[in-house]
Design a protein around this ligand. Structure first.
Ligand SMILES: [Fe+2]
Ligand SMILES: [Fe+2]
Length: 176
């Protein structure tokens, strides 16, 4: 990869730390935040999925898996970020933060499209075969809803059993 591509990658790491910082600061501004019960800690299912994929592959493909994993995570989310800043139901502080985040993520998206092209072009046919099977699995991994976590949050929010059941059935139907 070129020196410029390396520089851009380091800039993306800085962007992501900034996004985390801004998100935490925004959460702290929610009225009554300090009285809210902490959310149950949980590991996102896509990290479990990554571990499983890693175990299923020969060790020499570990770097390919990580490149594909990050490339998919950085190219799937920009449409969500584009919708929120235009939604008048969302408070302006959140809309503005998401708008700024979306501008950065659009740049990340372009960068990772380039990474995927470079990775594919520099891979031998046997490696391309592995990559071609990895990409759809990774897309699925990121798009599948985290039903267990949503159920836990609904429970904490005081929802009824019927509400949780209806939410899970609707989510499965929409994503099935
Ligand atoms: Fe980000
Ligand atoms: Fe990003």
């Amino acid at each position: 990869m070129s020196e410029q591509a390396g520089r851009e990658a380091r800039l993306i790491v800085t962007d992501e730390s900034h996004h985390a910082y801004v998100a935490i600061e925004l959460i702290k501004r929610i009225p009554g935040f300090s009285e809210l019960p902490p959310l149950a800690p949980s590991q996102p299912p896509f990290l479990r999925g990554l571990e499983e994929l890693e175990k299923s592959l020969p060790t020499e493909f570990a770097d390919d898996l990580l490149i594909a994993f990050v490339a998919i995570s950085e190219t799937l989310i920009t449409s969500i970020l584009r919708g929120i800043p235009r939604d008048p139901r969302v408070v302006s502080a959140v809309r503005n933060t998401v708008r700024d985040h979306g501008i950065d993520e659009t740049r990340h998206h372009s960068y990772f499209v380039y990474v995927v092209h470079q990775h594919w072009a520099s891979s031998a046919p046997d490696r391309r075969e592995i990559l071609a099977s990895l990409y759809p699995k990774l897309i699925r991994l990121f798009l599948d809803p985290n039903i267990d976590l949503c159920r836990a949050w609904l429970l904490e929010a005081g929802s009824t059993r019927t509400m949780r059941k209806s939410f899970c059935e609707t989510t499965i139907r929409q994503n099935g």
